[in-house]
Design a protein around this ligand. Structure first.
Ligand SMILES: [Zn+2]
Ligand SMILES: [Zn+2]
Length: 367
């Protein structure tokens, strides 16, 4: 009698998950090891001083060992062989370089060239949080859905250039509004209770971003850049990263102007950045969450998903980033209990590569 091969009894989805997790851990682990080896050029000095290093080193080492074990398991059971083999190679190389306990190599530059640390940490944390959340609360959709590669490149570029983008975003305010430094009220505002300042930062920046967002939709030249973001056809936590660098720079530079002129303290501004960084990912997530009554106060995934629909008669709604009150006040709010049937630019041929999307605004006509 023929015996069942135990290897064939693995459910297909489990096989895919084992090799995908192995690859994810191997890749992130190797990138983390590079950060330990070259902290100067590859990690952000402002963040580095706050890191719980022992914990991060232990986490890296543990992640690499688990990634290696899962990759070997995949190879042993002959599942997703190529993926499993790459995972074993990546994790093996990272461990050979010292793993989580790799020490810096010689004297390295102290100025960050790319924010690899931010990329690795954010990718690790967001995957850990949103992949299970979307599996539980989202519409059925593969984790690696169509277009994930280009969105991951957008995510990587934006995170790696975080220092450069932050530095460039404050230049226009410093150049054009330096006269505001003489205002006495700046010192008074900076001395207010940080919670009050935080609320005010949210209000003034969100109001600015609402109108800027409307301008991106209304002005043909600006729309060419913003169209890259609206070319998303499958919403998830990674999709929101698809944004043209010009869109990012203009939005951040404009949002910083009221913060600079009014002179808010750093703590209030950083709290806002923390909130908006998480929230921007959350509202694009493939999670059927409307937030109930609180969705009238703070934008929810359902609210922002309707901004991305391509359904006729429902375009140009829900521009608010954080606070739906702007859409209510200016007549652009769309409250619906259901979810969009489709997203995107209605069949418009946006290039599918990162470089193609970068140069698309220079070549495209307005939709
Ligand atoms: Zn938009
Ligand atoms: Zn969006």
């Amino acid at each position: 009698m023929r015996k069942d091969n135990p290897r064939s009894r693995w459910p297909h989805r489990l096989k895919c998950a084992v090799s995908a997790i192995a690859l994810w851990l191997g890749l992130l682990g190797l990138l983390a090891v590079f950060c330990f080896l070259f902290p100067g050029p590859l990690s952000t000095p402002e963040m580095r001083v706050h890191y719980p290093m022992e914990f991060l080193r232990g986490l890296t080492q543990g992640g690499l060992l688990v990634g290696l074990a899962l990759g070997l398991t995949g190879l042993f059971f002959a599942t997703q062989r190529l993926r499993s083999a790459i995972a074993v190679l990546l994790a093996g190389a990272a461990l050979a370089l010292g793993g989580g306990y790799a020490q810096p190599w010689g004297d390295t530059l102290d100025a960050p060239v790319i924010g690899l640390d931010f990329l690795v940490l954010d990718l690790f944390a967001l995957c850990l949080l949103f992949v299970p959340l979307e599996r539980a609360l989202g519409k059925p959709q593969p984790v690696l859905r169509r277009g994930w590669r280009v969105d991951l490149v957008h995510f990587g570029v934006c995170h790696a250039l975080v220092g450069l983008i932050a530095a460039a975003s404050v230049v226009p305010a410093h150049v054009l509004f330096s006269w505001a430094l003489d205002f006495e009220f700046r010192q008074q505002i900076a001395a207010w209770n940080p919670v009050v300042q935080f609320v005010l930062v949210v209000l003034v920046v969100d109001f600015t971003c609402y109108w800027l967002h409307r301008a991106f939709h209304a002005v043909p030249f600006l729309w060419r850049f913003h169209a890259v973001h609206h070319s998303i056809e499958h919403m998830d936590w990674l999709a929101g990263s698809r944004q043209h660098l010009g869109d990012i720079l203009v939005t951040r530079a404009a949002g910083f102007v009221p913060v600079f002129v009014l002179g808010f303290a750093d703590v209030a501004v950083y709290a806002y950045i923390l909130l908006i960084s998480f929230h921007a990912v959350f509202i694009h997530a493939n999670a059927r969450v409307g937030l109930g009554w609180f969705g009238r106060v703070l934008t929810s995934p359902r609210y922002h998903h309707w901004h991305h629909t391509d359904q006729a008669g429902l375009l140009d709604k829900n521009f608010a980033v954080l606070l739906p009150v702007w859409d209510v006040l200016f007549g652009t709010a769309l409250w619906r209990k259901d979810w969009p049937e489709s997203y995107g630019l209605s069949g418009d041929g946006m290039p599918e590569s990162w470089l193609g999307q970068l140069i698309a605004p220079l070549r495209r006509q307005r939709q």
